[in-house]
Design a protein around this ligand. Structure first.
Ligand code: HEC
Ligand code: HEC
Ligand code: HEC
Ligand code: HEC
Length: 137
């Protein structure tokens, strides 16, 4: 008698597939930047269609945005895709002593997004172009 595929193995296989597929879905479905770190947001959520944006902007290097950290310094080679920016950049650093010496989240986003648009001369610079009232959560 040979029963090679155990139900447990199948279950684990399915589970690992799910883990691989889920982040890909959420990232390609993304149309605005996650607001959870800003519970009292003043502006509509910033428009950011992750995959479409990066295709149009020809950004293949994930580390251009998802930089990692080495010895407390930002390190684009040590990428962090899948880790929320807010894990390292607190919306309110005063409330999080571990992150006090790091750039606050809102500033980090503005430096990264607006910074590249300024540098390349492409992409929106005006508040209302990113924080568009039509963008939905
Ligand atoms: C290139 C896009 C872009 C531009 C231009 C931009 N922002 Fe933002 N802003 C963001 C992103 C991304 C976040 C973080 C995610 C979010 O809040 O939607 C953010 C967050 C914020 C927040 C914190 C969250 C909130 O709503 O309270 C404020 C306030 C804000 N921006 C105000 C402004 C103002 C004022 C301007 C113009 C001077 C501006 N932004 C221009 C992308 C942009
Ligand atoms: C122009 C900047 C930019 C580039 C380039 C970029 N991303 Fe992102 N990505 C973001 C932002 C901003 C978020 C939202 C982060 C947050 O919520 O903290 C995000 C979120 C994600 C998420 C989490 C999705 C979710 O819904 O939580 C994954 C996974 C991801 N990116 C993977 C990638 C991969 C892989 C690449 C390279 C092929 C890449 N990203 C390139 C900006 C970028
Ligand atoms: C693993 C931790 C980590 C993650 C995740 C991370 N960062 Fe950073 N980031 C750092 C560190 C460390 C620095 C250097 C110290 C500083 O300036 O805050 C830095 C610096 C920056 C700077 C430069 C600030 C300056 O003054 O030049 C920007 C902009 C920035 N991060 C934006 C982002 C954005 C946007 C995301 C999410 C897409 C992100 N970071 C994700 C750790 C991280
Ligand atoms: C490394 C460079 C770079 C970074 C970082 C970047 N962008 Fe852009 N963005 C571009 C370029 C280039 C374009 C113009 C693409 C085109 O040719 O249409 C653009 C276009 C846009 C547009 C208009 C086109 C569209 O997709 O709707 C929006 C909105 C936008 N960016 C938002 C953001 C936000 C929000 C962030 C930060 C989370 C961000 N960008 C970070 C380079 C960048």
């Amino acid at each position: 008698m040979r029963r090679t595929t155990s139900p447990l193995l199948l279950f684990l296989l399915g589970l690992s597939l799910l883990v691989w597929v889920l982040p890909a879905f959420s990232q390609s479905d993304m149309v605005v930047v996650n607001r959870d770190p800003f519970p009292k947001a003043q502006r509509p959520a910033a428009k950011f269609e992750h995959d479409a944006h990066n295709e149009k902007a020809k950004l293949e290097d994930c580390g251009a945005c998802h930089h990692g950290e080495t010895d407390g310094k930002m390190d684009p080679a040590n990428t962090s895709e899948g880790t929320p920016c807010a894990d390292c950049h607190a919306a309110n650093p005063a409330a999080d002593p571990k992150l006090q010496h790091k750039t606050p989240l809102r500033r980090a986003y503005h430096l990264q997004c607006v910074g590249c648009h300024e540098k390349t001369g492409k992409g929106p610079l005006a508040c209302g172009q990113c924080h568009a009232p039509t963008a939905q959560e």
